[in-house]
Design a protein around this ligand. Sequence first.
Ligand code: GTP
Ligand code: MG
Length: 274
Amino acid sequence: TFCRLEKQYVNKTDIPRCINVAVVGLSGTEKEKGAVGIGKSCLCNRFMRSSSIDFEDDHNSSLSSSDFSGRVVNNDNFLYWGEVVKTSKEGTEYTFRVIEQTEFIDDSTFQPFNGVKMDPYIKRCVATQIESAEKLMYICRNQLGIEEKFEQKVFPPGKFNVDGFLCVFDVSVVPGRSIEKQLETVTNILKNIKNTTRPVVLVTTKNDELNEAYVQEVQKLVSRYEFKKAIPIVETSAYLNVNVDAAFIALAHIIDRFKGRTKIVPYLESVKNY
Ligand code: GTP
Ligand code: MG
């Protein structure tokens, strides 16, 4: 698929390949995810708008019902983060369009919106054909309710075909969430992604506060027999902007059947250049 962009390209072959990415991982009420989320939104924010003035860390998923039905959330349980062009180390341009699969919580009942008739998150988040009419790009929480004061970009009309997944795993310790809970959820999500036949990269988040035992659990998880095709792990920190672009580029390389070597630099090495 090719995307239409503002920039004019001379030949069709000059148009950057368009990569549609779904960012997934443990989500839900505080009972499921603990005191804070695993870092999907912060990862997306850093990737789409990386400068420090555009980076915010409050993308709390608890909403009023009017914000849930406004045009940004649009009664969905996913966010459209917009599109961005990035260049890989070997010089290939890619246009990434990014959605985040999450679970919005009603701030008056503390229950998920659309609670009853919905598929469970682990099933819903691996959808590969996504539609939402007139949905607007999400920028920040302040935008909700005053959309006209912010840049308005519409989610592509028709079916949005997910080319690959970034499956997020938080390697920091969060009160109220056990490592077992996260391992179980991510194992199930990876199994469901496998059934879609789309590629996946496992992205660890919050490596600036990593717990060594959690890092090892993630390595064990991806080496388990169910996922024979090795799943690459990219260790990130959205706070420090370490390896964030690398995670998306690693996925683009798999989707694009890149013939060269995708160099994935471990967090502790990457952070030295920070
Ligand atoms: P839901 O969408 O609600 O499931 O959560 P999420 O996965 O989108 O999590 P979100 O990105 O909102 O991050 C939750 C919190 O984790 C943030 O408010 C930060 O406090 C913290 N966090 C996110 N990224 C980082 C990071 O790179 N380093 C550290 N130390 N904390 C982070
Ligand atoms: Mg989120």
